[in-house]
Design a protein around this ligand. Structure first.
Ligand SMILES: *[C@@H]1O[C@H](CO)[C@@H](O)[C@H](O)[C@H]1NC(C)=O
Ligand SMILES: *[C@@H]1O[C@H](CO)[C@@H](O)[C@H](O)[C@H]1NC(C)=O
Length: 463
């Protein structure tokens, strides 16, 4: 049952799927504990709403069950309206575009509608959330949206209930409570920052404050406020804390604030964040700390040629290279390769694009970033191609892309590499088999066919 439940959940586009899984887990758990056996209430995240008053917030349980509106699922996705109850067994998902929750009847078994991505996941036996294909940021965004909607739904519902059932004193009380909940993000961030900055706070409290801050700074405007409040500099200073867990969470907040936020990127590099991140990556630190530092570094460098230039000047590439010599850092390798791939491609795309005068300055900046020559000089060619021996298809997919991009610069190196030619031969036979199987199952444009194509192209170019 559990397996087919999971498998049938794997419908529609893959990215949405991953979130569907997350949301469905929440729902199926809640439906277990729900009072009404056949219905899972759609509003379940009471715990999301901070209520320190110690009093019970109003929930649907206060309302007459007869008033409960029921959602009738069909085979199409339909938006669930606030307060509606969804029959247990329906598939519920969060629409990433609208932030609405939607539900439908479960698909019949083994539809041929599976996308390539799902098939691949099934083959890999993956039903968990893969943070690589579904970035933490996207997830956070979606969850933030969901939270927002929860708030709105909640408010609408409370109003309705109040009108119907509440005596005036209670109404006032509820209203006050409601006001408390409407605390702005700004106010919340001020509190969290002072909690983090206070010498009276325990280590756990500081970590908790950072953990919560990470949620808020994803929003571009919040990140700018975070900057003006002095929070950014505090977090940057946290990178050289003596406590590993503070370093880790500080890097996490920093990475979130930096993501696609040029203003924060500039302030952070001026605040010395780049050096500190490189120190973390270059010295002995727990894996969790390095992972978050690498995340923050990636957010710092992407689409910010000035930072890329400084990164090269400070010997950042050597620092990343050293991760391949340290024990226990294997999980970082593919992330490093992905980062370098993104940086190289980012520059190539800009150089190739049609651009007006306003892009000229940016292009000038990118010209200063001599990443590829440094990559070749430090012999990343072989470091990268060695990763093709990894067993995961996902990893190989990323590495194959990088090898293709490096081909223009590493060709001679690759031609003389006997181990690489053996690996490529093995990959070819493996993917020939998997692609054939895929085709037998009716998937003409399969995932493995694509991987096979990449392998063959590389083999051809090395002839
Ligand atoms: C952090 O605390 C120090 C010392 O109490 C204070 O001077 C500083 O302004 C605080 N920083 C922020 C951003 O609140
Ligand atoms: C971290 O570095 C800054 C300067 O870069 C320094 O002022 C601060 O005291 C350092 N913090 C710790 C805990 O070493």
């Amino acid at each position: 049952m559990a397996m087919s439940h999971w498998a049938s959940l794997l419908s529609t586009a893959a990215k949405v799927n991953l979130l569907v899984l997350v949301v469905s887990v929440v729902f199926s758990q809640s439906s277990l504990s729900n009072r009404a056996p056949e219905f899972a209430l759609t509003k379940i995240e009471e715990s999301d709403i901070k209520d320190d008053s110690g009093k019970e917030p109003i929930t649907e349980d206060d309302a007459d069950p007869e008033d409960l509106e029921v959602f009738y699922p069909t085979h199409q996705w339909q938006t669930i309206r606030p307060g509606q109850a969804v029959p247990a067994g329906s598939h519920v998902r969060l629409n990433l575009q609208t932030g609405d929750r939607e539900a439908k009847l479960p698909d019949s078994e083994n539809g041929r509608s599976d996308t390539r991505e799902e098939r691949r996941r099934k083959r890999l036996g993956k039903v968990d959330v893969d943070s690589n294909s579904f970035t933490a940021q996207e997830l956070k965004k979606a969850l933030a949206k969901m939270k927002e909607n929860e708030k709105a739904e909640r408010k609408a519902h409370e109003e309705e209930v109040r009108k119907k059932f509440r005596p005036i004193e209670q109404l006032k009380e509820e209203f006050e409570k409601l006001n408390m909940k409407m605390e702005t993000d700004y106010e919340i961030m001020v509190k969290l920052i002072s909690k983090f900055n206070s010498s009276a706070s325990t280590l756990d409290e500081k970590v908790a404050a950072l953990y919560d801050l990470e949620y808020y700074v994803h929003q571009v405007d919040n990140a700018k406020d975070f900057l003006s409040m002095g929070g950014l500099q505090l977090v940057i200073n946290g990178l050289n804390s003596t406590e590993a867990t503070l370093k880790e969470h500080a890097a996490f907040v920093l990475g979130a604030a930096l993501s696609s936020n040029p203003k924060v990127q500039i302030e952070a590099i001026e605040g010395g964040a780049l050096q500190k991140l490189l120190v973390i990556l270059a010295t002995e630190q727990p894996l969790a700390v390095k992972k978050k530092a690498l995340f923050a570094l990636s957010s710092m460098l992407r689409h910010f040629p000035y930072a890329q230039q400084q990164f090269l000047k400070l010997g950042g590439l050597q620092v990343l290279r050293s991760l391949f010599r340290q024990k226990g850092m294997e999980t970082l390798h593919v992330r490093v390769v992905t980062l370098l791939y993104d940086l190289i491609v980012e520059k190539m795309l800009l150089e190739d694009s049609q651009h007006g005068d306003q892009m000229e300055e940016k292009i000038q900046q990118y010209r200063q970033v001599k990443l590829v020559p440094a990559v070749v000089e430090q012999d990343w060619c072989v470091v990268v191609s060695n990763l093709l021996a990894m067993p995961e298809h996902d990893t190989r997919e990323k590495v194959l892309k990088m090898v293709s991009v490096l081909m223009a610069f590493c060709k001679e190196r690759y031609r003389g590499d006997q181990a690489l030619s053996t690996t490529l031969g093995l990959l070819r036979s493996e993917y020939e088999e998997l692609a054939a199987e895929e085709q037998r199952e009716g998937d003409k444009e399969g995932y493995f066919k694509e991987l096979l194509g990449s392998v063959n192209t590389i083999i051809q170019e090395l002839r």
